[in-house]
Write a protein that binds this ligand. Structure first.
Ligand code: FAD
Ligand code: FES
Length: 282
């Protein structure tokens, strides 16, 4: 049975940078030695609102990149969209603030043992875990192509940084304000075929992950999807984050995306059953 990430620690982390980039905030925390256990795909759960907050649930954010340096020790970088009360509070915090975090959580992306042609697909802030992943894949000799998409250009995180991290970058926006007009799936079949893609990694809204799964499965390409299902506890206790997963024996059961994921084999997720009662399962 799955359990909480064995390396997870609760600690006071110092916020050392908070910079607005387009629609997002790039936030960096100094977390100490635990950074050595943080892998692409893992997430951090942050207590928001300060000591007397009514926001009792931690908020989950993907770890975008990690580093170690003499001045700050181990650091983790996040890309945060300020949309609700918790994320807005986080984006308003000043450098030097101490914040209670639990890190690292969740299952990381699987890395191929041999160099492979990898395609990374991110929707909106879903690009967050893909930058650190691109670094690891390239260091293992993989070819790394990236496709980023969003409704508007300001929701594409740091396109120049994306370009530096990978062999090629294609951008799609629904209103055409950056890159080509369309969705990340608009030319996906052609990209997979032309680049001889062997493995796809994705992160973004559920509908995007479902659409990518359908194309990947039709072409027989492995697809690791990082799901961002709403999480209340983030550590496997409350069951709010469950997703219907088809096992090898063909039966569907609910798996907790905070500990069995967030990285899942896209082909095993029953996307049509997400949010439905278990009576619909067969
Ligand atoms: C693994 C993971 C990685 C993520 N990575 C990022 C990232 O990199 N960048 C980013 O900007 N966002 C990310 N998110 C999304 C982020 O956690 C949410 O947007 C979060 O709700 C923001 O908190 P809020 O207070 O601003 O928003 P609100 O929507 O006000 O959140 C309120 C709280 O209620 C909880 N909640 C909402 N719906 C339910 C429900 N149905 N059941 C139980 N609890 C619920 C939420 O989890 C949150 O704790 C990620 C989420 C997950 C699960
Ligand atoms: S968020 Fe509580 S079990 Fe997953």
């Amino acid at each position: 049975m799955s359990t909480i990430n064995k390396a997870a620690l609760q600690r006071q982390a110092t916020l050392i940078a908070n910079k607005r980039i387009g629609a997002y905030h790039q936030i960096i925390f100094s977390v100490g030695d635990v950074v050595r256990h943080c892998k692409p795909g893992n997430f951090i759960a942050i207590a928001v609102g300060g000591d007397s907050s009514k926001m009792i649930l931690r908020r989950a954010f993907a770890i975008s990149r990690t580093s170690e340096n003499a001045q700050f020790g181990g650091t983790v970088e996040l890309i945060v969209a300020p949309h609700g009360s918790g994320s807005k509070w986080l984006c308003a915090q000043q450098e030097g603030t101490e914040i209670d975090v639990v890190v690292p959580l969740g299952k990381a992306f699987g890395i191929p043992t041999e160099p492979a042609n990898a395609l990374l697909i991110g929707g909106g802030y879903g690009s967050a875990p893909l930058f650190g992943l691109a670094d690891v894949l390239k260091s293992r000799g993989c070819r790394v192509d990236m496709v980023l998409g969003a409704s508007v250009g300001s929701k594409i995180y740091a396109p120049m940084e994306g370009k530096r991290s990978v062999n090629s970058l294609k951008i799609f926006t629904e209103d055409g304000s950056m890159g080509e007009t369309g969705r990340v799936t608009s030319q996906l079949k052609e990209i997979i075929t032309e680049r001889e893609v062997e493995i796809i990694y994705s992160c973004g809204p559920m509908a995007m992950l479902q659409a990518v799964t359908e194309i990947a499965s039709s072409l027989g390409v492995i697809h690791q999807a990082s799901v961002e299902e709403a999480m209340a506890c983030g550590i496997g206790i409350c069951m709010t984050c469950v997703l219907p997963i088809r096992g090898e024996d063909g039966t569907v059961s609910m798996k907790r995306s905070c500990i069995d994921g967030p990285v899942m084999d896209g082909a095993t997720v029953c996307w049509d059953l997400v949010g439905k009662s278990t009576e619909n399962f067969s």
